[in-house]
Design a protein around this ligand. Structure first.
Ligand code: GDP
Ligand code: CA
Length: 341
């Protein structure tokens, strides 16, 4: 059984752990491929930093700092402090010493000429991840935020600066994706969508984690483009495509999804995100959409829009609830497969 999942960092990693456990228990012959957002990536202090790829890698390897929510467990920040003394890097963006080891290794391999997909494979081969990590793009494709005019700060900042330094406190007027043109999807990404038995969208930020991979429209316009070949692959795959809402009862559990949705003119709700992704039968990206039981009242409208919408418990509070959520997503994928198109 081949499962392909689209993911950002922390929400994506929680879901990936549940999905991996479920597949190991029920489908010993499975293949799990995770297409990771690269929009948060940046070159910092001369090093290529890939926050979402690393959150996924560390969580699957069991070496993440779950308390802090980023970086490796048991790491110090002596190198970051030293860099700040030199005035190099972002003083508000602390990178732990073990994490810096990853970025040094990645940058060294990139400078040797390896593409990011190969580098990611080399780095993750160190652990038994039980999944293959696929960067969404091979070439740089960073998310930048154009700040709303007339605020305390103006101009355009890298997404991580908007989130970590500005705490998304200045409204985003627009999201841009900056990178080498034409954008090249990561090696293996299109194939992993085409030959999957099911494609799942993790409950990740719909705009800056999933939208940067496959696009996300604004309520009244084009929104964020993503990587058009990936959107095409999703539209044409024979596999059922099922998404899990990161929004429960009109609130993201963590993070800046509200600010991102607002800047694209959407309300922050599982209903709005499902309608924005849209049904594949109506030119959108999804067949199925899982919302939390608290949002069950949105199901009829989502179904009228052509989505196989269902309500289930979406909180991942521990390993068991993450696995149950993965099971609910796969069950919905089965239901989609057995329904007439
Ligand atoms: P990031 O790249 O680290 O910001 O992580 P993601 O984009 O992968 O995930 C962030 C999203 O995960 C947020 O919008 C949260 O609402 C969502 N999220 C976090 N925990 C849970 C959970 O237990 N259940 C659901 N449904 N969503 C969650
Ligand atoms: Ca992220």
């Amino acid at each position: 059984m081949k499962i392909t999942m689209l993911a950002g960092g922390v929400g994506g990693a929680k879901f990936a752990l549940g999905l991996r456990a479920l597949l190991q228990a029920r489908h010993p012959d499975h293949e799990l491929r995770i297409i990771a957002n690269v929009g948060d990536d940046m070159w910092l202090t001369g090093l290529k930093v890939c926050p979402d790829l690393d959150s996924l890698m560390y969580a699957l390897a069991g070496v993440n700092d779950a308390q802090r929510g980023w970086g490796r467990e048991d790491e110090s920040t002596r190198v970051s402090a030293e860099l700040s003394e030199f005035g190099v890097g972002w003083p508000w963006f602390t990178l732990g010493d073990l994490d810096l080891g990853t970025h040094i290794a990645r940058s060294a391999l990139l400078r040797e000429g390896l593409p990011l997909s190969d580098v990611t494979r080399r780095l993750s081969a160190r652990w038994d991840l039980g999944a293959r990590l696929l960067p969404a793009a091979e070439t740089d494709l960073e998310t930048w935020v154009e700040l709303e005019a007339g605020c305390a700060e103006t101009g355009t900042v890298h997404f991580e600066e908007w989130w970590v330094r500005l705490r998304a406190g200045i409204p985003a007027h627009r999201f841009h994706q900056r990178g080498t043109q034409p954008v090249q999807p990561g090696a293996g990404v299109l194939e992993a969508i085409a030959d999957a038995d099911a494609v799942l969208f993790a409950p990740s930020n719909p705009v800056v984690s999933i939208g940067t991979i496959c696009g996300f429209p604004a309520a009244d316009g084009p929104g964020i483009a993503g990587i058009p070949e990936i959107a095409d692959a999703l539209r044409s795959t024979r596999a059922p495509v099922v998404g899990v809402s990161p929004i429960i009862d009109s609130a993201p559990l963590r993070g800046m999804a509200r600010q991102c949705l607002q800047s694209l003119g959407w309300e922050c709700s599982a209903r709005a995100v499902g309608l924005a992704y849209g049904a594949r039968s109506a030119g959108g990206l999804l067949d199925g959409w899982l919302v939390d039981e608290a949002d069950a009242s949105a199901v009829p409208e989502l179904r009228s829009a052509g989505l196989h919408a269902q309500a289930a418990p979406l909180w991942m509070t521990d390993a068991a609830t993450s696995q149950d959520l993965a099971a609910a997503a796969l069950q919905l994928a089965d239901l989609v497969s057995s329904s007439p198109r």
